[in-house]
Ligand binder design. Sequence first.
Ligand SMILES: [Zn+2]
Ligand SMILES: [Zn+2]
Length: 281
Amino acid sequence: MSEGSVDLHCHTTASDGTFAPRELVAEAHQRGLRAIAVTDHDSVAGIDEAAAEGAALGIQIVPGLELSTDVDNGEVHILGYFVDLRDHELLELLESQRASREERVRKMLGRLSDLGAQLSMDEVRRFSDDGALGRPHVAQALMRAGLVGSWDEAFSRYIGRHAPAYVRRSKLSPHDAVRAILAAGGAAVLAHPGLSRYDDMIPSLVEAGLAGIEAVYPEHSEEQRARYKGVAGQYGLIVTAGSDCHGPRSRSGVRVGLATTDYGVVRQLREKARIQRARIM
Ligand SMILES: [Zn+2]
Ligand SMILES: [Zn+2]
């Protein structure tokens, strides 16, 4: 019997989402979800507000985050759930990740300026609400300044991976990200493996302490969902589901609730985190 649906991957204005935390929670509540995880990039700054709104509306907020890590020719994202939000080492890691994001945006603005597209840091910051700065904010600023006509043009002409103003992020390995989440008493989950396509890495991530895999994801085909569920079975991983909602006016749109799983998965993640905390205490 279903205990209610949960969406375990949502962004807010604490990173590159466009919903304020309370707006995200209200939207999820309207869509009938029992719980959502707030998983901002390199930030846990949206969780308190989301939790307060969740308490008011009667929807559970799972505290989380999403760490971007670098691998050869791409990125791997690691989700963390039920981490200790006051863990000093984790907070320091998030701060240095955000600082490197800011440094990266500065470099991109330098390259844009060389290309004749002048933007100031303030014009970019306006779109981030003090959250972790990223390319989506640069894209919005380019559009606002009339330097591009669309989101797609911002990426294809300037800041996409193969475009001239693109700058790589500084390095954190996926394994380090898993270990950092464990050290903060949380459960680590491999985000959207079908997008990242680094399946070879899964066994070593499991060795590092990976607890779950986001097999259910809007862009995953049926075949991919089945494959990653199989991988989960093989390694004893929890199968999670997340929409990766970035809110209205984002590239992918409002999609909270588009990928969901049963509430029991929240319980499994919490139990993993509880065991991990007992281990490190
Ligand atoms: Zn991601
Ligand atoms: Zn995400």
